[in-house]
Design a protein around this ligand. Structure first.
Ligand SMILES: [Fe+2]
Ligand SMILES: [Fe+2]
Length: 311
């Protein structure tokens, strides 16, 4: 489908541009003893020894092409679902935002990925949250905690939930929302008006084929989050973490659509999505980077119904 055909589809709701898993990295890391004793050393090994740096070697120029492409797709709101960096350092976030130009001046929402919240020190210092503060404005259930929060976007509520928490062991990439955040999410969903809701996390609810995420990469309190989202009338759930893009319609026992943005920068997977929201459906377009032209181009168009499934 061509861009012009997609532009003629009437929407009525806001258009989102959803991108994820930028994974920018620094040319050189000055790791301190504290870093060497932390999970950062596993992140470094994953980057330099396990091929992540090679897979994301074009991240800088692809991010610049992505920012330029937004002038073509003209979203009303940007959604970033985490993994800006690799080792969760402020310098990585600065680099990512530098490549994106003035993107933070546009309206948007951001949640951290497991690589952004890799170590407790960076979480405590709010390294991610300080940089992405313009995309973390919204209504909260309480004053003290950043997550969750809700933003009003063109007649919809976008609910941002943090599903990433530091873990101890190198092989452990599990996510966790936590009981306290789940309770705040319940209260937040309760106090919003009846407008349709869309939730954003880093971790997925399931894989492309509908099977659960691998046990070492799973969201520990997934079931509780699913039930909370269901009770709170969430109609669509946007996420990242998996670097291949996919989308699933609502199904019995899961009354919301799922959309994984995939990675915007990983070589050959490089893509992002635009979504035109309506009360009863999302019309989406997936755009993929073309290394020949150095630009993002339309790959496919899709539509997902949003009505509640009958179990
Ligand atoms: Fe990732
Ligand atoms: Fe991730």
């Amino acid at each position: 489908m061509t861009d012009s055909k997609i532009d003629t589809i009437p929407s009525g709701g806001p258009r989102l541009a959803h991108f994820s898993d930028m994974h920018v990295f620094l040319p050189k890391y000055g790791l301190s003893w504290r870093d060497i004793l932390s999970k950062r050393v596993a992140g470094w090994a994953n980057l330099r020894l396990a091929g992540r740096a090679w897979r994301f070697r074009h991240a800088g120029k692809v991010l610049e092409a992505f920012a330029a492409d937004l002038n073509e797709t003209r979203p009303d709101h940007l959604v970033f679902s985490g993994d800006a960096g690799c080792l969760g350092s402020g310098a990585e976030f600065d680099l990512a935002l530098n490549r994106l130009g003035g993107l933070l001046q546009r309206p948007g929402v951001a949640v951290p990925g497991n690589h952004d919240h890799l170590v407790q020190r960076s979480v405590d210092n709010r390294e991610f949250e300080t940089r992405f503060a313009p995309w973390q404005q919204g209504i909260r259930a309480g004053e003290d905690a950043i997550y969750p929060f809700a933003q009003r976007v063109g007649g919809w509520w976008i609910i941002a939930v943090n599903s990433s928490a530091p873990t101890r062991f190198p092989w452990d990439a599990k996510g966790r929302v936590g009981a306290a955040q789940l309770a705040r999410l319940d209260s937040l969903l309760d106090k919003l008006d009846n407008s349709p809701r869309l939730m954003v996390t880093h971790y997925p609810a399931m894989l492309q084929d509908g099977s659960p995420e691998w046990s070492s990469r799973r969201l520990l309190d997934l079931d509780k989050l699913v039930r909370t989202a269901e009770r709170g009338g969430v109609r669509a759930w946007l996420h990242g973490h998996r670097h291949n893009a996919y989308h699933l319609p609502p199904a019995p026992g899961r009354p919301f659509a799922l959309i994984c943005a995939g990675s915007v920068t990983q070589t050959r997977r490089w893509s992002y999505g635009t979504y035109d929201l309506a009360q009863d459906r999302i019309r989406g377009e997936r755009r993929r980077y073309n290394p020949e032209s150095g630009r993002f181009e339309s790959l496919l168009a899709f539509e997902i119904p949003l009505q509640r499934a009958v179990a």
